[in-house]
Design a protein around this ligand. Structure first.
Ligand SMILES: [Zn+2]
Length: 350
């Protein structure tokens, strides 16, 4: 099952909703059973909540020839097999072309052409568009027309970590579902149990602490899993150390970027994003995360005299770089520019 998310979601092999998604799954299946299926959904919330997985599962469920009583796809009918192979003719998936960051108007026009055809297997037609904030202006205008004239039996899903970046006209024509990090007792416990079952075997850091990872990932379970899978805490400390060296004037920004590129560009960037957020929190007088608390004195040293506006910009730049890195744009340039920005923020008078 393809569950590539625009941000940081690893693959989810499960053919069922993730535990914290079950209430929403039931709600949508109920609506379908009562003959009022949704036609346009906006699935939004932070990366690592499994939105892409949910959208794919919902599409497969709508196309499956014999879903069970919970609406779960059977996994072995002709539709499910075609779906798994990425070849179902009644599913259209849209994302930016491999070398681009935007979804263009031609791609959106293809939705109109797709929906103008009858479903090949007669059950439904599904369109999954992600990341929806990648729609450029003319693409968004074109999509608006499709949203204004819904096709019976068609389900259009827009998936985005940043719904605010979408045009208000698009947002107002969709049913919104927020995938918020599970904060309450049961759902949080479910997320922790899910995470514990999937954590890799302990590495040099010893046992993974699921609670700590989840907290570190802002409560998003798939993001927490990804942290554990991708170099984890060793890279975490190395990046903080590199920032300290830059602050002390001992490090060179370009050499730092080169070092990160040679070790693990993505993990380094993830941790750079993390430490930027932590430093910013501290700068604004807020509480740092569990992992940050263990290093609070070092962070406090780092934060001295830093400009909050610059930190906001650095955080934005790191988030954008993470997104771009997924699209395999020039990672050397991305990391170098971030390291230089950090260096200048840390050493404003040098
Ligand atoms: Zn099936």
């Amino acid at each position: 099952m393809k569950t590539q998310d625009p941000d940081t979601e690893p693959q989810v092999p499960e053919c069922r909703p993730l535990p914290w998604q079950v209430p929403l799954w039931r709600l949508l299946q109920q609506a379908r059973a009562q003959g009022r299926p949704p036609h346009a959904l906006l699935l939004h919330g932070p990366p690592g909540m499994g939105k892409a997985h949910f959208a794919q599962l919902l599409a497969q469920s709508a196309l499956c020839g014999s879903p069970d009583e919970e609406g779960l796809p059977c996994g072995h009918c002709r539709d499910c097999r075609l779906f798994a192979a990425g070849n179902h003719p009644d599913l259209l998936s849209l994302e930016p072309p491999a070398d681009k960051t935007q979804i263009h108007v031609d791609q959106v026009r293809a939705i109109g052409e797709f929906l103008a055809l009858k479903p090949q297997y007669g059950r439904a037609q599904c369109v999954v568009l992600q990341p929806a904030e990648a729609l450029n202006e003319s693409a968004a205008n074109s999509l608006l027309k499709t949203l204004e004239e819904p096709t019976p039996g068609a389900l259009l899903m827009l998936v985005t970590p940043r719904s605010a970046a979408l045009a208000a006209t698009i947002r107002s024509r969709c049913q919104h579902f927020l995938f918020a990090p599970p904060a309450t007792g049961t759902q949080r416990e479910q997320a922790l149990a899910w995470l514990r079952e999937r954590l890799p075997q302990a590495g040099a850091e010893g046992e993974w602490d699921a609670t700590r990872l989840l907290e570190l990932a802002g409560g998003a379970p798939l993001a927490a899993l990804r942290l554990a899978q991708e170099g984890g805490l060793e890279v975490c400390d190395a990046v903080l150390q590199d920032l300290e060296r830059l602050a002390a004037g001992e490090g060179d920004p370009l050499e730092t970027a080169e070092k990160w590129l040679k070790s693990d560009a993505k993990a380094s960037l993830y941790w750079l994003y993390h430490w930027t957020a932590e430093v910013l929190r501290l700068r604004l007088g807020r509480q740092v995360s569990a992992l940050g608390r263990g290093r609070q004195a070092r962070l406090a040293q780092l934060v001295q005299g830093l400009d909050a506006r610059r930190l906001f910009r650095l955080l934005d730049a790191a988030a954008e770089a993470l997104r771009l890195l997924d699209r395999q744009l020039n990672e050397t340039l991305l990391l170098e520019s971030l390291c230089i920005d950090w260096y200048e923020t840390l050493n404003p008078r040098r």
